[in-house]
Design a protein around this ligand. Sequence first.
Ligand code: AMP
Length: 255
Amino acid sequence: MDILRDIASLKRWRLNQSAVGFVPTMGALHDGHLSLVDQAQKDDMTVLVSIFVNPTQFNQASDLEAYPNTLDADLAALDQAGVAAVYLPDFDQVYPDGYRYQVNENTLSQQLCGAHRPGHFDGVLTVVMKLFNLVKPERAYFGEKDHQQLQLIQGMVAAFFMDIEVVACPIIRESDGLAMSSRNLRLTPEQRALAPQLHQTMASGVPIQQMKQRLSDLGFVVDYLESHGGRLYGAAFLGEIRLIDNVPYQAEEAA
Ligand code: AMP
């Protein structure tokens, strides 16, 4: 597995590849990330994974500082999975402009997670545009775990006529239903025991107001639970840790 730490090495590597399947991540890898790699391999892509904890998409400094870093284990898992190359840029490489130039979307990015995390999707879209321009992949793989992000990236690729096929991959869950997430590593044992209730409650089919009540009775602080285009999107805190999830959902009939 090639480990690429700068743009020059990335470009040299890219010259010798044809069909590149790109999997952008922030590290602390789990089976959700590896499922994207697996899909890219099934599609006969040469797989490049990036690991870059992108500061511009964090709206809280404490969340960025506490973001898990398991680089050695990540590299071992990617090597084991048969990934062709890993790109590990640093901030100055990705942001030579100091984030003066940004990609903004002004509608969907303001809703759901965007309404609660100002600037988050500007950071996401900007870094993904930059990484796409550096890697020039044929296909890029994203998880439905971050469904709103996936839609915004699909929209950006269409809006800017980018010649990249965005492949959506299903949510990978723990056996108790909790959506896998790097932030799950930060849950205390008590919070981890409660965490699957977010998915269980969202999948229960009861009215949204009852879901909110149930979650707050259990000790979650609900950020939002909203249905949108046939899905129910939710975000809730357990202590400092913000969990998100989404499930297919039949909108409630107007009461
Ligand atoms: P992250 O490292 O959290 O930025 O995630 C990198 C990519 O992995 C994104 O496309 C995520 O949607 C995807 N991903 C993260 N967790 C999961 C999961 N549990 N199932 C499927 N995809 C996931």
